[in-house]
Design a protein around this ligand. Structure first.
Ligand SMILES: Cc1cc2nc3c(=O)[nH]c(=O)nc-3n(C[C@H](O)[C@H](O)[C@H](O)COP(=O)(O)OP(=O)(O)OC[C@H]3O[C@@H](n4cnc5c(N)ncnc54)[C@H](O)[C@@H]3O)c2cc1C
Length: 531
């Protein structure tokens, strides 16, 4: 087995989820030399399995998590401006009924049980309105509209619901394509000089005087490599504890709590573009979200997950829980026959000793460990929504250790392809169709939503669909796949159809297999060309 040495970098990051890639981008932009190792594909774990919302987290107000909610609310519009292609405003419809209950062990529940014991866990309408007022005002809004009340009896939003739901509140949050967010952060980091290594597992790391000696293994060839770095960042998500214990052999007492969340995807259940926020009799909430034009996304669950090495899956019980939950609201019951896909992810939450999985904090915690030499930064928790702020907080720690002067820079700097106005998607689609008349509207929209202004580079010079090379189905062409391989670290079909896009919902198994075979050949050509 070969073992090669590499140069010394300032920062070595373990984990190519949103936190690792967000930190890599921020650090590279400050002039630090950065290496990042991801054992699978970019965003292959939690960061492609979220509910895909840039949100303040309305329900966290129940826990008085005002810092987290405020930071996330403010951040929504910063992020929207930086990536108008992959994120957009969304309206949320919260049907109100008087028996609505929230979780029973929140500080709000405890307070209400003292001051209004007759409510027995129910939430009065004024309290929901107060929560939404706070939500509207805590973070300031310029782009997103505020809350309004809806009469469900006479509105398209009420049409798919059972008739007993007469009133709803409608408020704003945002949608984001989570795995594309990670991939674009990685791409931006690489354009700023970071070395992004996918399918590269960190097998051990130890301090050697003032440096970290990190050993990685190529998970496809088995070859190993040694890297040196001045600082190590453990952004292993669900594996953060495993890395501390088995790769770094540290006896840190910080723990991570693994909470699985599953989603199901059904054929489209309603015709408008708003999302539903449903509250269950168990005090939990779920969302039903318009998804990929023809589908509805429903989630999520909260279940303890013991072992990060056990791949999370939506169990039949979780699927039935989500189906029953949604069927308490929709006029037509949602059945398992309508489910076309499901996915599941594990939240790597900081273990704050909370009693239930639902109650465990969603805030992030950063811990620097300098036990005898080069510094280590362990990342616990966090949200997709707060990834950029988490990266800034991580950089505060990193720059203090490495004596770097350059300050925060990512607010206001767009991600690749995002250099156009927040409401500019239709204009970009129209322009694209003028320049490339062979594109259908759905195809042009998909490309703009994926790549923003970079689309022109993917389609450059094409006068007809045949100029884009092989057609893999569902408008996926050779030109797009090559772009993803050359600029976004895609190696296999699953990277392309489940993380760089969601075309897996539309392509057949045979089409995906054909794409995989083509990509394998292409990779071999690229490898030979690089030698
Ligand atoms: C069901 C669910 C719904 C959610 N919904 C939302 C939402 O709507 N909005 C929101 O803001 N947040 C949401 N979140 C939270 C958000 O998804 C996570 O906080 C975030 O994705 C965590 O990112 P991460 O980078 O820490 O972890 P990950 O994305 O898991 O990345 C860690 C990476 O480290 C890699 N790794 C581990 N060990 C090694 C090793 N030894 N060598 C190399 N690589 C290694 C893994 O392969 C993995 O890719 C949700 C989470 C879940 C589970």
């Amino acid at each position: 087995m070969s073992q090669r040495l590499s140069r010394v970098s300032d920062v070595f990051i373990i984990g190519g989820g949103i936190n690792g890639c967000g930190i890599a981008r921020d650090a590279a932009g400050r002039g630090l030399s950065v290496a990042l190792a991801e054992m699978n594909d970019i965003a292959s774990a939690t960061s492609s399995s979220s509910t895909k919302l840039f949100h303040g987290g309305l329900r966290y107000l129940e826990y008085f998590e005002f810092r987290l909610v405020r930071e996330a609310l403010v951040e929504r519009e910063v992020l929207l401006r930086a990536m108008p292609h992959i994120a957009w405003p969304m309206r949320f419809v919260l049907p109100y009924h008087k028996d609505m209950r929230f979780e029973s062990d929140t500080p709000t529940s405890r307070l209400l049980s003292v001051v209004m014991p007759w409510m027995k866990g129910r939430r009065p309408a004024w309290l929901i309105r107060l929560g939404l007022f706070l939500y509207d005002t805590l973070g300031g809004r310029k782009i997103l509209p505020g809350t309004r009340t809806l009469d469900l009896r006479n509105s398209p939003e009420g049409a798919p619901l059972q008739p007993q739901f007469a009133k709803a509140y409608e408020y704003s949050d945002c949608w984001v394509e989570d795995s594309r967010l990670v991939s674009l952060n990685a791409r931006d980091a690489a354009m700023r000089g970071a070395q992004i290594m996918t399918r590269t597992k960190v097998v051990s790391a130890q301090r050697e005087d003032d440096l970290w000696r990190v050993e990685t293994e190529d998970t496809e060839t088995g070859s190993t490599k040694v890297h040196y770095a001045r600082m190590l960042v453990n952004a292993g998500g669900p594996w953060v504890g495993d890395i501390i214990q088995t790769k770094l052999r540290s006896n840190s007492s910080d723990g991570v709590r693994l909470v699985r969340g599953s989603h199901i995807v059904t054929r489209k259940l309603f015709d408008h573009d708003k999302c539903y926020f449903f509250q269950g009799t168990d005090g939990r909430i779920i969302f039903a979200i318009p998804y990929e034009t023809d589908f509805t996304l429903i989630g999520t669950t909260d279940a303890e997950h013991e072992d990060p090495s056990k791949a999370p899956e939506c169990t039949p019980e979780e699927r039935d829980y989500l189906l029953n939950f949604a069927s308490q609201y929709f006029a037509k019951p949602v059945t398992k026959e309508q489910v076309v896909w499901s996915y599941s992810g594990v939240r790597p939450l900081y273990d704050d000793g909370a009693s239930s999985a639902t109650a465990a904090t969603r805030d992030y915690t950063l811990k620097v460990d300098k036990a005898g030499g080069a510094p280590l930064l362990n990342i616990f928790g966090g949200k997709i929504t707060t990834y950029r702020r988490l990266a800034e907080a991580a950089m505060d720690k990193i720059t203090a250790e490495l004596s770097v002067a350059k300050g925060n820079w990512t607010a206001g700097v767009t991600l690749p392809g995002g250099d156009f106005p927040v409401d500019g998607v239709s204009e970009l689609v129209a322009e694209l169709r003028r320049n490339y008349p062979f594109l259908t509207n759905a195809w042009a929209l998909r490309l703009v939503r994926g790549y923003g202004t970079d689309v022109a580079r993917i389609l450059e010079g094409a006068t007809g669909a045949e100029d884009l090379g092989r057609d893999f189905g569902a408008t996926l062409t050779e030109a797009e796949v090559l772009w993803l391989m050359e600029h976004e670290f895609a190696k296999r079909a699953e990277d392309v159809v489940w993380r760089r896009s969601k075309l897996g919902l539309r392509l057949s198994k045979d089409e995906i297999a054909a794409l995989d075979a083509w990509m394998a050949t292409q990779r071999e050509h690229m490898r030979q060309a690089a030698e």
